[in-house]
Design a protein around this ligand. Structure first.
Ligand SMILES: NC(=O)c1ccc[n+]([C@@H]2O[C@H](COP(=O)([O-])OP(=O)(O)OC[C@H]3O[C@@H](n4cnc5c(N)ncnc54)[C@H](OP(=O)(O)O)[C@@H]3O)[C@@H](O)[C@H]2O)c1
Length: 322
């Protein structure tokens, strides 16, 4: 039996990386072994991965040598960065740069870099349709990832650039689930007008990444966009209505109103939705459902995911924003 190719997974206890770890472990004859990277091998999440059969190693993206050791001998690496852990564009750029440099030093044969668009290529900083944030970004957590593609390219790291989509899981973890308005009615709130939002189960991102690794060299150098479904706010609300058995409305607000919602990062997320709204044709076109399904035949549409996860979504907590 040939030796298994090791995939080192950054963010292994998290949403994207966790999906990849589980996908590799679920396919014991697939020819791959997984090395799950965590800062704390004793956390419940890390222990759970170990109990499933993953090699779990300690490393921190802010400790170059620890990541070098974690990538040592690996055939592949899944690289993701952690914007929402610190809300700092400069830190996220430093994380990406370090991952690219270590992948190069370690001679990793195939990197998947979890990226997003540098929206400034569509909306230059002097375009006033949305505010410039922190002096040099339109959508900080996108722009940092998109501009970091260059680290991988310039170093000649054999990379597949994976354009991800809005997680369905944000309805569980990001407080985006149906909330009750002053009228007592349930609503979900987005500034998307009647435009479609590409969305995906976070777990399916990891499964698609596994599909990319399984293709060998075929997708090196390529940018691959994935989504499980493209949905309007009304379509998402209709799916919630169906899953909950009670009416859920789509509360369509302006990007300005969204930016003013006051939660940490509301300006960044408001600009993000506006970018997706204003460039719907590009943004949905870059995330081909059939490509995602070919990489991951278990890809879930929103209805399927909701049917499995509706009990995990906080419903009716707080007031809908209007
Ligand atoms: N929410 C969305 O809709 C969405 C959509 C597309 C892209 N994204 C992007 O996804 C990225 C986050 O990925 P995710 O959602 O998979 O993450 P996540 O679920 O928040 O988990 C990230 C994991 O990374 C690890 N980590 C954090 N800081 C680290 C460090 N300094 N060194 C090493 N490991 C570290 C943590 O593991 P340990 O605690 O075990 O170390 C954590 O479990 C963000 O940059 C975000 O912009 C989000």
């Amino acid at each position: 039996m040939p030796e298994k190719k090791i995939i080192a997974v950054v963010g292994a206890t998290g949403a994207q990386g966790g999906g990849l770890v589980r996908a590799i472990l679920a396919d014991p004859n697939g020819g791959f072994a997984v090395r799950a990277i965590t800062r704390n091998v004793n956390s419940d999440a890390a222990k759970q991965l170990a109990s499933l059969g993953a090699e779990v190693v300690a490393a921190d993206v802010y400790d170059h040598e620890s990541i070098r050791q974690a990538f040592d001998g690996a055939y592949g690496a899944f690289c993701v960065t952690f914007y929402w852990a610190h809300f700092s564009p400069e830190k996220e750029i430093a994380e990406a740069k370090m991952l690219a440099e270590v992948a190069k030093e370690s001679n990793v044969k195939h990197v998947i870099w979890s990226t997003l668009e540098d929206t400034r290529n569509w909306i230059p900083l002097d375009d006033n349709r949305m505010p410039t944030l922190q002096g040099k970004y339109k959508v900080p957590h996108f722009d940092t990832k998109g501009s970091s593609d260059a680290f991988f390219r310039d170093l000649g790291v054999p990379t597949t650039f994976l354009l991800t989509s809005f997680y369905y899981d944000n309805f569980i973890n990001f407080g985006m689930g149906p909330q009750r308005g002053p009228d007592g009615k349930l609503a979900i709130t987005f500034p998307m007008g009647d435009k479609k939002l590409p969305a995906i189960a976070a777990e399916d991102i990891g499964k698609c990444a596994y599909g990319i690794f399984k293709k060998g060299n075929e997708l090196i150098g390529e940018t691959i966009g994935i989504a499980g479904q493209h949905l309007t706010g009304s379509e998402m609300a209709a799916e919630f209505t169906r899953a909950l058995g009670q009416e859920v409305h789509y509360n369509s607000i302006s990007p300005d109103a969204y930016r003013e919602l006051g939660f940490p990062g509301a300006d960044d997320i408001g600009n993000m939705f506006q970018f997706k709204r204003d460039f719907e044709e590009y943004f949905t076109g870059a995330r081909d459902l059939s490509v995602a399904r070919s990489l991951n035949p278990e890809l879930q549409d929103f209805r399927t995911w909701l049917s499995r996860n509706i009990a995990r979504i906080p419903v009716g907590e707080g007031e809908a924003t209007a």
